[in-house]
Design a protein around this ligand. Structure first.
Ligand SMILES: [Fe+2]
Ligand SMILES: [Fe+2]
Length: 203
């Protein structure tokens, strides 16, 4: 699966695009140090995406995971964009804290933490989604278990990511990191500081 760079502004801002001679959009010349900083950020972004692809090829290829492109999470970010952002943010946080988490569990848990597979903005008679915030971790865990063999850490990440709504706190560092990353990404998306392209309407 190709992971789009322009959709995600968490680590890299395309608005700061640097021209061939180091000119920005306004025609001002950026300093060498600034250009080097962007280059490092871009390389880092590519490395994070590489880790995601290497640790979760089965998830990224699954039709249910692609289905999440049809559902909006916050603002105009789809669930698919959201979980990829949370996975990237979790990796960055893990590195920043030098927490040395189980990287595979961290990535897979982050990608599956909102695997509820419905549009929570569209209530129907059978599923009013009124208490979505409380119930969706359980639904996500059931859906993920039906498709993948999960480790105890991955289960904990999915089950507890809505803490403190889910009363029992996370029991491993990976779950704490994804819980924090999820809250940060959700805040940016709700404030429209982190934007997507809206729900995919094709088949
Ligand atoms: Fe969630
Ligand atoms: Fe989430």
């Amino acid at each position: 699966m190709e992971i789009s760079i322009s959709r995600n502004r968490f680590l890299w801002k395309p608005g700061q695009y640097c021209g061939r001679n180091g000119d920005n959009m306004a025609g001002r010349r950026h300093s060498k140090r600034q250009r080097e900083k962007w280059k490092r950020e871009f390389e880092r972004f590519r490395e994070i995406n590489r880790q995601i692809r290497a640790n979760a090829p089965d998830i990224l290829k699954s039709s249910n995971f692609h289905q999440t492109k049809h559902y909006i999470q916050h603002g105009n970010m789809t669930v698919n964009d959201h979980v990829l952002s949370v996975a990237r943010c979790s990796i960055a946080l893990d590195d920043r804290l030098r927490a040395h988490s189980d990287r595979k569990a961290l990535i897979r848990g982050a990608l599956l933490h909102d695997y509820f597979l419905y549009d929570w903005h569209k209530p129907d008679k059978e599923h009013p989604h009124r208490l979505h915030g409380f119930y969706h971790p359980g639904v996500a865990l059931r859906n993920a278990l039906a498709e993948y063999e999960l480790t105890e850490r991955e289960k904990d990440i999915i089950k507890k990511h809505m803490w403190p709504l889910t009363v029992v706190p996370p029991m491993c560092r990976e779950a704490w990191i994804v819980t924090a990353a999820d809250k940060w990404c959700s805040l940016l998306e709700t404030l429209h500081m982190h934007r997507g392209h809206g729900a995919y309407s094709g088949m």
